[in-house]
Ligand binder design. Structure first.
Ligand SMILES: [Zn+2]
Ligand SMILES: [Zn+2]
Length: 88
């Protein structure tokens, strides 16, 4: 069993509404918008599309970024890339 392809096609990033794609190893759902790039885990073949639980790797260097809940912005401690999330 895996995440159904047609399900991935109708899903969108819950934050920026961009398309998402499936990554087999390690299994995850990835936002295709480079500046957003949220990574959602898959649990028992069900994608967990929760903004609060998503990982936010840096688009510049891939490091995990700190998530500033109040400002809805992230800043990479490693390369300094900052990105402000806009909910749509
Ligand atoms: Zn996104
Ligand atoms: Zn970085």
């Amino acid at each position: 069993m895996a995440v159904p392809k047609d399900l991935i096609e109708i899903m969108a990033c819950p934050l920026c509404k961009a398309d998402v794609r499936h990554r087999p190893e390690p299994e995850a759902i990835l936002c295709t918008r480079p500046e957003c790039g949220l990574v959602f885990r898959v649990q028992d073949d069900i994608p967990v599309m929760l903004i609060e639980e998503a990982q936010r790797p840096c688009p510049g260097c891939g490091a995990q970024r700190e998530w500033d809940e109040k400002n809805e912005a992230v800043r990479c401690a490693k390369c300094g890339t900052a990105y402000r999330y806009e909910r749509k």
